[in-house]
Design a protein around this ligand. Structure first.
Ligand SMILES: C[S@@+](CC[C@H](N)C(=O)[O-])C[C@H]1O[C@@H](n2cnc3c(N)ncnc32)[C@H](O)[C@@H]1O
Length: 202
């Protein structure tokens, strides 16, 4: 297991690697598109604050946000499941988690986000981080609502940087009575959606 300062050093290295990798890739889909560090820190804080033990990430890439989430679930005594459709990126994430000493806390799946949601039980997740392909988000919404536990949190990145692409999704969220929402104006904009209802007793 790495110390906090060793993990910070590795996260800094991955962030720099992601930025320089993406700078040379004109096609968006070739980029790693890692989360902004301040957004990642907020997300990890939220995992700890709501004491999320069952965490799902949709869109692993090479595992930058995955390391942040895995470090947080280590503190809550939970586990992280993270899904990715690109085998090379998923393998990079596995290697990065090994380097961080966090590999055993994460179930990395080579799986489509839609399948991961469809195969999840009702109320299966305390926190879901959605960071995949934005045009698919409206189709995910009914399943996201179903799989979020009462009191569970959904976090969606890029709602400010790509406001137009998530407009239809945001409309679905805004008109759903079973949730409340807030927008964290950090990084590319992180939408936080709380599934209302009493959480199970601790
Ligand atoms: C924005 S990047 C994720 C960045 C990652 N969360 C991070 O901060 O390092 C989006 C990733 O989602 C993957 N992806 C796209 N569509 C997907 C889908 N339907 N199911 C699972 N993964 C998907 C892409 O291959 C890409 O690696």
């Amino acid at each position: 297991m790495r110390t906090d300062s060793q993990l910070s050093t590795l996260l800094d290295e991955l962030h720099r690697h992601g930025a320089s990798h993406d700078a040379g890739k004109p096609d968006r889909l070739d980029r790693l598109r890692n989360l902004e560090p301040d957004t990642a820190a907020l997300l990890a804080l939220l995992v700890r604050a709501v004491r999320a033990r069952r965490v799902l990430e949709l869109g692993t890439s090479n595992g930058y946000s995955t390391l942040w989430l895995a470090d947080a679930v280590r503190d809550t005594g939970g586990r992280l499941t993270s899904v990715e459709v690109d085998p090379d990126r998923s393998a990079q994430a596995a290697a990065n988690l090994e380097r961080a000493g966090l590999r055993e806390l994460v179930d990395l799946r080579l799986q489509d986000a839609a399948d991961a949601l469809a195969q999840s039980a009702d109320a299966a997740w305390d926190l879901v981080f959605l960071d995949a392909e934005r045009p698919a988000y409206p189709a995910y919404w009914p399943q996201l609502l179903r799989v979020l536990a009462p009191g569970g949190l959904l976090a969606v990145d890029n709602v400010l940087s790509h406001a137009g692409e998530v407009a239809a999704f945001r409309e679905l969220v805004a008109t759903e009575p079973q949730v409340s929402e807030a927008l964290a104006v950090t990084g590319a904009g992180l939408l936080l959606v709380l599934r209302t209802g009493a959480p199970p007793p601790r």
